[in-house]
Unconditional design. Sequence first.
Length: 385
Amino acid sequence: MRVRKFLFSFSTQTSFYLTVRPRCAHLRRQGFSCNTPIFSTRRTLSSLARTFGSGPEAKKMPGKFIIDCDAGVDDAMALLMAIDAHKRQEIEILAITAVNGNTQVDKVLINIFRTLDAGGCPDIPVHRGSESALIMTPKDAEGYHGSDGFNDVQFGTTPDVTRVQEEGAVLAICRHVRENPGEVTLVALGPLTNVALAFKLCPDITSQIKEMFIMGGNCEGVGNVSMSAEFNFYVDPEAAFVVLNKNNCPTYIATWELCYKYCKVDMDWRLNCLGKIDTPQAKMMNALEKVWYDNYSFHPDHFIMCDQLAMAAALDVRVMTKTKRHWATIELSGLHTKGLMVMEQRHAICNGPKFNSNVTIIERVDEMALKNLLLRAFSQTNETD
Ligand SMILES: [Ca+2]
């Protein structure tokens, strides 16, 4: 790498300005296109950390989180990871917003509150969001998490849902971002309906969000709910289209291929290491996932995680060991391809002077770092409340 310009200013806000020589093979592998400068903003420090790997400088600074989810079994585990970081004061969860997806939004709320209670953080604000997709909610996408989103496991108790905030999810997202410009990390773990509505209602926030981490879509055309579409983008493709075409902040995506193909934590570790922890949150997750282990044989030796991967990347940038920038959008009308994430891959365009990426695809994760975050989340005690 040859650095043409390198300017430091050590005042209260360290600025960082750097221009990278085109055709730098190292940066190209990391996802920077030719002629793409690295920005001279505070955001630059985290993007440089992502580019140049591990080390003390790569550790993510404490941040303010909004988590939009359709809980969902894997959402619950991702929430527990965030709750653990919240209790350690590594992050501050400003709000959790519920969206229709794995189940109806009112059941999503119940699952969120059950997870907060198990994690020992019952007072984190929760907001009710959209109860349907922007245009049409597909009816053939439900059921993998049972009718209630938590595999219909009977717990014998019902969480107090009167805690739900009066303010709706979309307004809460807009308000928090505007009150904390440049500081909010938005982690989206369900269909992107709430986020798209927030972008439409308050377009100024698209450039005020610090960064987004999304679980959704696919990078190799492999689907799960249909032959070519991943669940979250399939349920509300128009919302995914709006978000990817309106976003104006670093946007990281954990695709379905990362989940089932490129992240391979073995089931033995899930059952006999993570599964042996005896805490309320571990017991809850074990009960939820046991339904799958007893009834499905899909990749029996492979513990497939989805929302956990996006959350892990948001909590610790060192989780992402390989990323690549792309310009991506969503197929909205294909008979067999509706909801497919389509990425520009034409060589002449991707390497042209006007190429501008809108997403960063997480291609590989550090499985040890991921395991450590899960162990922390399952082992947390409630004594630090
Ligand atoms: Ca989810």
